[in-house]
Write a protein that binds this ligand. Structure first.
Ligand code: GLV
Length: 337
């Protein structure tokens, strides 16, 4: 590696924090928010020793094929389905993400989106702004309660647990489903009971998706799963759009097979399925669950720390705080070890 490694920053990300990279690296920054074409990512990575990327930037085998200098990719985000971890590991490229710093902010938002969905807050605001409020009416825009209701959490990682803790304060009954069941003491601490996938859909008044996305759970929430929900139920998604078959969801919402949906993530972001846009009983937000100022800054700071350390610079040289594939990279870099 040359004395001053070169790093590529794929998006504008708080210049004062990204500026910490200047001490160690020659930095090539992107100054406008960009949906880079796959070939543009490949071209940028070809010249880089390290990269700071976001979920806008897919980094797969094709993007790293010619990136012979690349040693580190730091993702600014906890979800890393934009990275092909197997390809990066095989190439000896250390990947990292930004867990923990966004847990509570994202759980706050998941709860807010669920409440907005259940209580029809955005629909009511639109109705008011559109001039429909001529007189107060006892029976208009009635929603469903959060307090005392059954919450179903699909995915009981850090953020799922944060949502369960909040649900306790609202007197909700909490059910969850997860790849693996949590230890008894963690279930007790979060007041959460493990149930099967089908039972979660059948019993939840409000179901929230918080599980990591991987190709094997593409359209996990399909027409069959949606048919298990009860007509008064709501569905909130703060994980990844690909988890839900959006056409099946639009059919179910239009047909009254569930009451409402709250969606922060979409399969074809930033495009939104036009059928969902046309439905009144969907709350739509543009992937902002971790978007408090403090948390977005903390995410960038962690990603910057990961990149500096992964490129063997700074006080934690060689020990990035949140690596994703350190063992696999160590094996790949020492053939035969
Ligand atoms: C945002 O979606 C993230 O994964 O951090």
């Amino acid at each position: 590696m040359p004395d001053r490694p070169r790093v590529w920053v794929s998006q504008p990300l708080f210049a004062d924090i990204v500026g910490r990279l200047d001490e160690y690296f020659d930095v090539v920054s992107t100054t406008t928010v960009s949906q880079h074409a796959p070939e543009a990512v490949a071209a940028a990575l070809r010249e880089a020793d390290g990269a700071l990327v976001t979920l806008n930037d897919a980094v797969g085998a094709a993007q790293i094929a010619g990136a012979s200098r690349l040693r580190a990719v730091a993702n600014v985000g906890v979800g890393y389905n934009n990275l092909d971890l197997a390809a990066l590991s095989a190439a000896g490229i250390l990947a990292s993400n930004t867990p923990d710093v966004l847990t509570e902010t994202t759980a706050d938002f998941g709860f807010a989106l669920m409440m907005a969905t259940a209580r029809r807050i955005t629909e009511a605001e639109r109705w008011l702004r559109d001039g429909h409020w001529r007189q107060w009416s006892f029976e208009s825009l009635l929603g469903s309660d959060i307090h005392g209701a059954t919450l179903g959490i699909l995915g009981m990682g850090r953020i799922g647990r944060g949502i369960a803790r909040r649900a306790g304060g609202f007197g909700m009954r909490v059910l969850y489903h997860n790849r693996s069941r949590l230890p008894d003491e963690v279930e007790r601490e979060h007041g959460a009971r493990y149930v099967g996938f089908e039972a979660l859909f059948e019993q939840a008044d409000h179901l929230i998706l918080v599980l990591p996305y991987a190709p094997e759970n593409y359209h996990l929430v399909d027409a069959r799963a949606l048919a298990r929900l009860r007509p008064h139920a709501t569905l909130t998604n703060i994980a990844r759009g690909g988890l839900i078959d959006e056409d099946a969801l639009a059919d179910a919402l239009a047909g009254g097979r569930l009451a409402a949906a709250g969606l922060d993530v979409f399969e074809g972001e930033p495009a939104v399925n036009p059928r969902l846009l046309a439905l009144p009983n969907v709350v739509l937000t543009p992937h902002i669950a971790s978007g408090s100022l403090a948390t977005r800054r903390a995410m960038v700071a962690l990603a910057v720390a990961n990149l500096i350390a992964a490129l063997d610079r700074g006080p934690d040289a060689g020990r990035p705080p949140s690596p994703l594939n350190a063992d696999a990279v160590a094996r790949a870099r020492k053939p035969g070890a």
